[in-house]
Design a protein around this ligand. Structure first.
Ligand SMILES: CC(C)(COP(=O)(O)OP(=O)(O)OC[C@H]1O[C@@H](n2cnc3c(N)ncnc32)[C@H](O)[C@@H]1OP(=O)(O)O)[C@@H](O)C(=O)NCCC(=O)NCCS
Length: 180
């Protein structure tokens, strides 16, 4: 990986629209404050979609995401935008394995100004690669029925509706293919 992004988990990608580079990497303890700033900077609409409801305790949410990332079978990936020597978080995905259900569950968000540039899809791919490395066979997630962005992203990433949702939410899942 290029030296600018030494901890990247996927090849850094150029965001031509934003005139900078993005790397996807694992979150660590020193990211809590910046992740909290990132959550605070999301529009109310995006934040409500990400958490499927209003959250005001964003510092605790950020701390929880990072703390849980230290457990086996859990991780948080961050998308970091680099421009003129400065780096800032512009996306995140949190993944947690549910041993009883035998699948990983995820939530994801991309900063409003960076949506619809392909970053969500790249993060989903990075998350799947990590889940496969952990030996997991299925990923699932839940989103509001009205969340066209997430439903579109999930469909593009190969997820299907399991039918386990209710009138408000849709449950999406994907079986992971392991290299033989
Ligand atoms: C859902 C979200 C993560 C998508 O991230 P993104 O970086 O904008 O997605 P991408 O640019 O990679 O788009 C991938 C695909 O998603 C679908 N998609 C993305 N935005 C869409 C929109 N506004 N309407 C319909 N489909 C959309 C499309 O199929 C798109 O593929 P295409 O560009 O080839 O048509 C982003 O919209 C977001 O952060 N939303 C708020 C938080 C949220 O809803 N999280 C989900 C709950 S966990």
């Amino acid at each position: 990986m290029p030296q600018l992004f030494p901890e990247a988990v996927a090849r850094p990608l150029e965001l031509a629209e934003a005139n900078g580079m993005v790397r996807i990497r694992s979150a660590c303890a020193s990211d809590v404050e910046n992740l909290s700033v990132y959550f605070t900077g999301l529009s109310v609409t995006s934040r409500n979609k990400r958490f499927m409801g209003a959250r005001t305790d964003l510092a605790s949410v950020a701390a929880e995401c990072v703390a849980k990332a230290g457990r086996p079978d859990h991780f948080t990936l961050l998308a970091e935008f680099g421009q003129e020597g400065q780096r800032r978080i512009i996306g995140e995905t949190h993944y947690a394995y549910d041993a009883a259900a035998r699948h990983g569950e995820f939530a994801i968000s991309v900063a409003d100004a960076f949506q619809r540039m392909g970053l969500g899809f790249q993060m989903m791919n990075a998350m799947e690669t990590r889940a496969i490395d952990l030996g997991h066979e299925m990923i699932a997630g839940e989103t509001a029925r009205t969340n066209a962005e997430m439903r579109g992203l999930a469909k593009k990433a190969g997820f299907s509706d399991t039918g386990l949702g209710d009138w408000q939410s849709v449950h999406l899942a994907k079986r992971l293919s392991h290299p033989r």
